[in-house]
Design a protein around this ligand. Structure first.
Ligand code: ZN
Length: 67
């Protein structure tokens, strides 16, 4: 597993992980095919583990902001 990016779903805005070399990714929240070239890249990490750690932090930050 190589470099992993965190992208924002073009439809529902949910954050999900994708491989740097991937072109599309199915959103785990709404099931849409995300075009990774068009989707907003929120962050990048060296591997999937690091990326999921960043994703976890982003999600907890979002919860705080919504209060
Ligand atoms: Zn989605």
């Amino acid at each position: 597993m190589g470099a992993t990016i965190i992208v924002k779903c073009t439809q529902c805005g949910g954050l999900t992980l994708a491989g740097m070399e991937q072109k599309t990714k199915i959103c785990p929240y709404c099931g849409v095919h995300i075009n990774l070239l068009k989707a907003k890249k929120v962050a990048a990490a060296n591997n999937a583990m690091e990326a999921s750690e960043i994703l976890r932090k982003l999600k907890s930050d979002q919860k705080i902001n919504h209060k």
